[in-house]
Design a protein around this ligand. Structure first.
Ligand code: SF4
Length: 223
């Protein structure tokens, strides 16, 4: 089973969402006004950041999916928008940047970069970047030690060490696998994210039906 960045992102928001994203139940959901707007915002911001990076260093820039040999040999200084899969994980990594200094061979010469349109960087964004790092590690056999989140109007670069985050993401991926192989989706519990979730309509209906006295009681809560 391939755990993608989309699945991992859904899992960080809601277990039901991860299960619905993975299963056939979610295939009928294609549009949600807030979710669609957030998607456009993220895509526009990412495109803008990619253009800025390429403009600053177009000579040694590769766009697309490099082979694992080129990853290991650090052939390109900048790799834009690679989709990398390895073993049982895959991610649409926003960008990879080769460091200036020679690293130990067990460490990746590349730093994964994520583009986040918001001014505030959350734990969620750090975990997503650590997920990218795990994919890169599995694809190249070399672990990135640092990651960068470019965020906000000023395109501020937040650089941080990844080791603790990678340990946490490995544990979360294990839990996600268990969830995805463990039968039907958990019953929805309404949370703050529901109002911007593509599954809002079907989950609200399920909660409403369950709360109908004819179905007995059903607890809901917001975090
Ligand atoms: S609508 Fe709410 S409960 Fe349903 S999948 Fe989305 S976040 Fe989870």
């Amino acid at each position: 089973m391939l755990i993608t960045d989309e699945l991992f992102d859904a899992y960080l928001k809601c277990k039901t969402k991860a299960r619905l994203t993975f299963g056939p139940a979610g295939s009928g959901e294609s549009s949600h006004p807030i979710s669609d707007w957030q998607q456009r915002l993220a895509e526009n911001y990412q495109a803008n950041c990619r253009d800025r990076l390429q403009f600053a260093d177009s000579a040694d820039c590769f766009v697309g999916n490099p082979c694992s040999e080129d990853l290991k040999s650090a052939k390109y200084r900048l790799i834009i928008q690679p989709y990398i899969t390895a073993q049982d994980v895959g991610s649409n990594i926003h960008a990879l940047e080769r460091g200036a200094a020679q690293t130990q061979t067990r460490n990746s010469p590349y730093t994964p970069i994520r583009f986040v349109p918001f001014e505030k960087v959350s734990k969620h964004h750090r975990l997503m970047l650590a997920f990218d790092a795990i994919v890169l590690w599995k694809a190249s056999g070399q672990m990135p030690t640092k990651g960068t989140i470019v965020h906000g109007f000023q395109h501020t670069a937040l650089v941080f060490k990844l080791d603790a985050w990678i340990h946490e993401v490995e544990s979360l991926i294990g839990k996600l696998r268990t969830l995805l192989t463990g039968g039907p989706a958990p019953e929805p519990v309404l949370i703050k994210h529901c109002k911007e979730c593509i599954f809002e309509a079907c989950c609200r209906k399920r909660v409403t039906d369950k709360n109908d006295p004819a179905y007995g009681s059903f607890d809901t809560h917001s975090p």
